[in-house]
Design a protein around this ligand. Structure first.
Ligand code: GAL
Length: 420
């Protein structure tokens, strides 16, 4: 009799926890790199995106990518979700326009849109990297749009290169006075060129017209102050710039981070009064190794640490590039690393790589999981243990490890013993 009960129990456990019914499996887990359907059954089209939590819902804004072009033919899309697994298509939050004289005319480049909410003005403010139609990546501007409702439609306000007429707070007087400019060099990457770059020759070159701003993110601190972090100086140096109280302009207060370090795709979060930033190197659509920085004050100093990724393909950020770091609501120290796996020849097929940020020795660590869910952030979760079935890697949590342990006699199931 006991045997019968045990078999029924094992059968039940097997199908409930290891091989859940398909719908359940799709509904309550993240599958980095897989096709991700929205409520219409269409692969989510919100690349290089960011997420705003507002009124008990998450809103995901991203670049609409088409079949053959990375240019903006539609605009910025918006999806909403209660649980981060299911996403409802909300439509085009910021449409490109037909008017050829507009900065956001169809065929321009709109990348890495991020939306923040200004509690004082009750406005939703969208920033994005804008390239003017037909000019490649030369314009390097920041675009700004606003809306009174979260999903839009957003109204395009302006685009410009930030902080014209202002030097960064962390440039020395000597660096400000230097006369060397990029034109003086016939070749890049010589030791002299590198030193001149570190000493801010590109900042000086663009002082009057404003600083270049490409890959970007936004961050709102606990005091409500907002910051724009972007790749500047020909993608050689990151700038972190303070925004005005209404979030609609730059105040002229900004710093340079890792001068000459060639960082892009910045994503930032705060935990226990420490700021963390993950970036990528600059290899276009191709993946490279992520970089990690920390600072105890947002205006620096920012310190670089080793690549936060570990395991197979860590040097390629698991074939992806950072785009945003999402704090999960209602869970302590729960942050999701959001990245894009670009497919530039078929842009619409680009995939999303979302991974939990784990902490080891006080620093963020990213590990690959074929499949995971928010239970990983539960205080009692055992996140070090994974097991494989076929080609898939599963993540074990404390509560489940006990169950899996009792299944050791189930034939054909391979797992690593959990650390209890
Ligand atoms: C990447 C950047 C993307 C896009 C692409 C164009 O480095 O992160 O957002 O700009 O280059 O080649």
């Amino acid at each position: 009799m006991n045997k019968v009960i045990l078999s029924v129990f094992v059968f039940f456990i097997q199908f409930t926890f290891i091989f859940p019914a398909k719908s359940q499996e799709n509904n309550h887990s993240f599958r980095p790199g897989a096709i991700w359907h929205d409520d219409r059954g269409i692969h989510i089209n919100a690349h290089g995106g960011g997420i705003l939590y507002f009124d008990n819902k998450y809103y995901w804004f991203g670049e609409h990518k088409s079949e053959n072009s990375n240019a903006a033919l539609v605009g910025v899309t918006c999806y909403s979700s209660d649980d981060l697994y299911h996403w409802k298509y909300e439509g085009v939050a910021l449409p490109v326009v037909r008017d050829l004289s507009s900065d956001i005319t169809e065929g321009c480049v709109i990348e890495r849109p991020k939306v923040i909410y200004n509690a004082k003005t009750k406005q939703f403010v969208m920033y994005f990297h804008l390239e003017l139609k037909g000019e490649g990546y030369k314009a390097s501007r920041t675009g700004i749009a606003v809306s009174d409702s979260v999903a839009g439609t957003y109204k395009f306000l302006k685009s410009y290169r930030p902080n014209a007429g202002h030097f960064p707070l962390n440039m020395t007087e000597k660096q400000k006075q230097e006369r060397t400019l990029p034109d003086y060099f016939s070749a890049w990457w010589t030791p002299e060129w590198r030193q001149a770059t570190v000493d801010g020759m590109f900042v000086r070159r663009d002082f009057d017209s404003g600083q270049m701003s490409r890959d970007m993110t936004l961050f709102v601190d606990d005091d409500g102050k907002a910051y724009h972090i972007y790749s500047s100086e020909e993608n050689l140096t990151l700038h972190l710039a303070e925004l005005s109280d209404d979030y609609l302009s730059h105040t002229g207060k900004y710093i340079r981070i890792a001068p000459g370090g060639h960082n892009e795709a910045p994503a930032i979060f705060k935990k226990d009064n420490l700021y963390y930033m993950i970036t990528s190197g600059c290899t276009g659509w191709d993946p490279n190794a992520a970089r990690l920085f920390t600072a105890d004050s947002i205006m620096g100093t920012w310190t670089e640490h080793p690549n936060p990724c570990s395991g197979k393909d860590a040097e390629l950020t698991f074939h992806s590039q950072s785009t945003y770091i999402l704090p999960v609501q209602g869970m302590k120290d729960a942050f999701i690393f959001m990245a894009d796996r670009w497919t530039p020849r078929h842009p619409i097929d680009g995939r999303y790589v979302w991974l939990p940020i784990l902490f080891e020795n006080g620093l963020p660590v990213l590990k690959w999981f074929d499949k995971w869910d928010l239970n990983v952030f539960r205080p009692d979760a055992e996140v070090d243990n994974t097991f494989e079935i076929g080609k898939q890697t599963f993540l074990l949590y404390h509560a489940r490890t006990k169950i899996v342990k009792s299944m050791q006699s189930v034939p054909g199931r391979r797992h690593h013993s959990p650390r209890l």
